[in-house]
Design a protein around this ligand. Structure first.
Ligand code: COA
Length: 378
């Protein structure tokens, strides 16, 4: 293996054949199972989109009803999980709480053959059902409150907002969150998905697969840029400070958060949809001055960097939307995780269909045949 074969970050190295999603970064296209994201965002809902991603086709009405019912009936978490979560420090990050709770789920549902379709179905529906409950439970428990029980009469996104805020959300908020979940559900092979695939390739249980993916998503280079966007907008403070801020970043060669993407060289299609959702929310629930700053920032950054293909990515407008929905800043990444569980599960299933354990190689740069020195000689 020659050193020039080494691609840091595996850039451009195919690691799988996949029919789950497709990105065309030049034209700003994202498709799930061949269906453009725009159509799914406008016409589908998160549970149906999850079915599409995981089972590979849009469900019939009966299939969708069965999937929805199954997810709904598994929303509650066992009291032992809640007791375990109560012991988590309230200062801990919600992503760490989510990773630990996802892993703990595996303790309760004994491992069965990965060729058993019932086991796969149960794991898929349980994980989709319980991850939001656990994220919301930690939010209430860290404030010293008991978690509220999920409500079977509410849809997936509405129930999550209810569990988080203890108030039944209005239909627009629920719909906006549902669309956000669709937009974040899947995005080809990124770090957390690859992590899920590597873990899956050992044929371990699906709870371990999701726990490892949650841990990978938690890193600041992956999830979490939307939190930084909110900090940046606060730092800029007013519209007239946008241009000086961009000029300073250009002069100091500092990257502007929420812009640029390894694959997209035009505005991320998800950012276009999220901007629309922000406008809808602000029209109903009151304006946010940070939105005006964001719009101005997009304009000025395009002047400087448009030719280089640097445009808003998915994280640019999502924080503004989440804040308006009453989601605390450090829950932005857990919300991303709730959505991405669908994509991770889809890749888990696809991995199992043609599994070979991941075992890449390395370019050894160390020495050989050294003598062992006893401790007094070192
Ligand atoms: N602001 C200004 N310049 C940027 C930029 C940004 N946000 N993102 C990339 N660039 C510039 C780089 O400086 C580099 O310029 P150069 O060729 O003159 O050196 C060029 O574009 C390529 O950048 P690079 O970092 O190699 O791209 P990448 O594909 O490795 O990185 C990101 C992609 C997303 C990590 C990167 O765009 C970034 O750090 N963005 C800000 C953080 C962010 O929003 N992350 C969330 C991603 S969804």
């Amino acid at each position: 293996m020659a050193a020039e074969d080494y691609k840091p970050g595996l850039e451009g190295v195919p690691v799988a054949k996949s029919s789950i999603s497709y990105v065309n970064g030049q034209e700003g296209i994202l498709e799930y199972r061949g269906i453009p994201i725009d159509a799914l965002a406008r016409q589908s809902n998160f549970v149906e989109t999850s079915y599409l991603l995981i089972w590979g086709k849009l469900p019939s009405a009966a299939e969708l009803a069965e999937f929805e019912n199954e997810i709904c009936s598994h929303r509650r978490i066992k009291y032992r999980i809640k007791d375990m979560m109560k012991c988590f420090p309230e200062t801990g990050h919600p992503m760490d709480a989510l990773q630990a709770s996802a892993a703990a789920l595996g303790l309760f549902y004994s491992r069965r053959a990965l060729t058993d379709p019932t086991y796969i179905w149960e794991a898929v529906t349980r994980l989709l059902a319980k991850i939001p409950t656990m994220a919301a439970a930690f939010q209430l428990m860290r404030k010293g409150n008991d978690p509220v029980l999920p409500r079977d009469d509410l849809g997936y996104a509405a129930n999550f907002l209810y569990m988080l805020t203890e108030k039944e959300p209005d239909p627009l908020s629920a719909r906006v969150l549902d669309v956000c979940l669709i937009l974040h559900a899947e995005h080809t092979i990124n770090a957390s998905t690859f992590s899920a695939m590597v873990t899956a390739s050992t044929l371990t249980d699906p709870y371990a697969v999701i726990a490892s993916a949650v841990g990978t998503l938690a890193g600041p280079l992956h999830g979490g840029a939307n939190e930084d966007v909110m900090l940046m907008l606060a730092e800029i403070g007013t519209i007239d400070q946008v241009r000086p801020y961009v000029e300073k970043c250009v002069a100091e060669k500092k990257k502007i958060v929420g812009f640029g993407h390894r694959v997209y060289k035009v505005k991320d299609p998800r950012a276009i949809l999220l901007q629309e959702l922000a406008v809808e929310l602000f029209a109903k629930f009151g304006h946010d001055k940070y939105f005006d700053i964001a719009v101005e920032l997009e304009k000025v950054v395009e002047e400087y960097y448009g030719q280089k293909g640097i445009y808003p990515n998915v994280d640019f407008y999502s924080g503004l939307v989440y804040r308006k929905l009453g989601i605390p800043d450090d829950l932005f990444t857990p919300v991303f995780a709730i959505a991405r569980v669908a994509g991770w599960l889809a890749h888990w299933r696809e991995q199992l269909d043609e599994n070979r354990i991941f075992r890449p190689t390395q370019i050894y740069t160390g020495e050989h045949g050294l003598a062992y020195k006893s401790i007094d000689q070192r």
